[in-house]
Write a protein that binds this ligand. Sequence first.
Ligand SMILES: [Zn+2]
Ligand SMILES: [Zn+2]
Length: 374
Amino acid sequence: MKIKSLIYFLYLLLLCFIPSKSVAQSKLVIVLRVDDVLSRNTEILPRSITPFQNAVEQRGGKVTWLVIPHRLIESANADGSLVRELKTTVSRGHEVAQHGYNHICLVCGQSGHEMWCPTRPLLYSEQMQLIQSGRKLLQDSIGVTAALFVSPGHNEDSTTYRALTDNGFLWISTTKSVRKDIFTGLYNLPSDAEYTWSMTDANYRSQLESALNHIRAEGEPQGCYTLLFHDYFIRQAYAGGIVVRWIGEVMDSLNLRYGNRVQYMTLSGAAQYFKTVTSLSQSGPPVIQSLTSQNYPNPFNPTTTISYALPKAGNVMLKVYDALGREVSTLVNTHQESGRYSVNFDASKLSSGMYIYKLTSGSFSEVKKMMLVK
Ligand SMILES: [Zn+2]
Ligand SMILES: [Zn+2]
């Protein structure tokens, strides 16, 4: 009897060391999206995005900040610290995206929605005005031209999509569950769930377990999961830094479970990655048109990500050259299985200008340009 249970125990132990198939084979892209930066509630301190950013960064992650542009010029932010923090966060590879203009509806005056109103649809000209004013504020204040848009109140219509594409936006994040172009040239990457809206010590652990279970159940099979946060630093939940502690624990668990299979991306980075993958899988087998996607961000300073997909295994070489054709860096030189890959390119030691990256695999090679602007 004793020996039997010992064998059973050893068998269970052995099972622990055999990774499950889905975990072993597929990448899991994790996106961290923070909405409503910055709220008007100035009572809860610190009013800073840095603690959250640092907790994420220490664990290899990236944050996507959904900034309400008008907040940057409101009196609560007159000391300029928010603008400084946002500039810093962008320079460290996190993303700033646009969340409407001021999050107040110009038709009915309510806050909570903006691009779409139950009273009457906003006209194309009205939506253009909101989108362009917000975009200009982000450009003037923090020097960022946002490529990604999220509609305040999660409400928008096809007029919004048209206005966004007419302004050159590439990506959107909505509550629609589809991960694809929801309008010609406007790719959607939805968020999956939010756990920290009203976090307390009492629900901290159950919310942690819910998030990890949901990532396992929904994120693993679809290869992607977007965790949503709301203006975490001003909500009650921020007291004692509870949300910062929470995201740290979530990421520690993910890193432990998935190792380097987990890939943290900005929302735009992930959208670009999946758009490339989808167009490749739709084009069917062997017809190889393009393996690499345009690096993101581009122009960049000083880091950017190059993604590519291999339809079959082989020796892969990814090199970077300067404008005169001199080799600057070898990013990949190894045998790789078929699948999708992303590589970071750090140009902090290089000077501004055009660079070229070349991917070679078997008889296939492809060249793309990218721009470093310091
Ligand atoms: Zn309204
Ligand atoms: Zn919002």
